[in-house]
Design a protein around this ligand. Structure first.
Ligand SMILES: Cc1cc2nc3c(=O)[nH]c(=O)nc-3n(C[C@H](O)[C@H](O)[C@H](O)COP(=O)(O)OP(=O)(O)OC[C@H]3O[C@@H](n4cnc5c(N)ncnc54)[C@H](O)[C@@H]3O)c2cc1C
Length: 297
């Protein structure tokens, strides 16, 4: 039977190490328990949020008044049939990339080092170095939350685009995913993976809590370059700071509040808009209520 805890701090469930408590919190161990969590939310008319590794979310200081359902803890397994991987949604994407390289399965090596779960990666169509999840995903097994049905949805029906998919927005809980890789040379794949991990370490502030890139790539450019060109590296509010290493990262330098991060986000949006005429759109997902609004041009 599903255990549901109350008033659980969410900060340590996120890569930002920021955020207040969830009114209710569960770590389902089976599909039936995910269904149970959704039923619990529906019965109380409480909002429900599926949490993966929390590596792309900013949770408000006041927390979340609904139920946070964390699939990264117990919902994690991987099996193989030749170059096809069957993965539960809480499995770490980077471990899938490592296992694929080890087996000589190509197609996911460029996603090495992305710190999310497979579920979060599918929902966000996570990507890096000109590759993304859409290139190897075959299908997902997902709970349609309002219909309470478990469906197999094939990649062509997921509308996977730049950091988006039909699954984004909370209508589905991704339970599992199937990926079709192609045969490759294990040594070569491992060397690509090592290169990518080294590039991440040299270019990104991986030792500071963050959510990765805060803003989506604007048309014809990179958010980081644009932000840096506006002299915003090092800009800070409280303990939230535009990283000196990569300007599209806003890092938590100690005990930053979510409102500090929001204030930095707004300042960056306003400055870039005023200086360059481009409104940066956040990639990070916000959960809970914030006092600081986003900048509107
Ligand atoms: C240092 C760092 C580097 C990063 N680099 C990259 C990068 O190169 N490329 C990139 O694309 N991203 C990057 N990210 C962002 C992040 O890792 C990805 O977006 C990742 O895919 C999010 O996965 P997650 O499990 O952490 O999802 P979460 O952050 O927990 O959730 C993200 C969204 O997905 C939803 N979600 C999560 N799991 C499920 C599920 N099982 N079912 C339904 N909805 C779900 C959540 O509700 C939320 O809306 C980086 C982050 C950090 C901290």
């Amino acid at each position: 039977m599903l255990k549901i805890a109350e008033n659980v701090c969410l900060a340590d469930k996120t890569s930002y190490r920021i955020g207040g408590p969830a009114r209710y919190y569960a770590e389902p161990r089976s599909e039936a328990e995910v269904v149970e969590a959704c039923r619990f939310a529906a019965e109380r008319e409480a909002p429900l949020f599926i949490l993966g590794n929390g590596s792309n979310v900013l949770i408000s200081d006041a927390g979340f008044r609904g139920i946070a359902v964390n699939l990264s803890k117990c919902f994690s397994a991987l099996s193989w049939d030749n170059a096809t991987a069957f993965v539960l949604s809480g499995f770490p994407l980077d471990e899938l990339a490592a296992a694929a390289a080890e087996r000589g399965c190509a197609g996911i090596e460029c996603l090495s080092g992305i710190p999310g779960t497979v579920g979060g990666a599918v929902v966000m169509n996570a990507g890096a170095f000109d590759a993304d999840v859409s290139q190897t995903l075959r299908s997902v097994r997902a709970l349609n939350i309002s219909a309470n049905t478990i469906e197999t949805v094939y990649v062509k029906d997921l509308n996977l685009g730049y950091r988006t998919s039909t699954l984004k927005g909370g209508g589905y809980a991704v339970l599992a995913a199937t990926f079709d890789f192609v045969p490759g040379d294990a040594a070569r794949l491992k060397s690509i993976r090592d290169d990518i991990l080294a590039k991440r370490r040299s270019k990104q502030p991986v030792d500071s809590p963050s959510c990765g890139s805060v803003f989506k790539r604007p048309p014809n450019g990179f958010a980081g370059t644009l932000i840096e060109s506006c002299g915003l590296k090092g800009f800070k509010v409280g303990m939230a700071e535009v990283s000196e290493k990569h300007a599209n990262f806003i890092i938590n330098t100690g005990s930053a509040k979510a409102e500090d991060v929001r204030a930095v986000i707004r300042h960056v949006q306003r400055t870039v808009f005023e200086k360059r005429g481009i409104l940066l759109e956040p990639e990070v997902i916000f959960l809970g209520e914030f006092q600081e609004p986003l900048y509107k041009s």
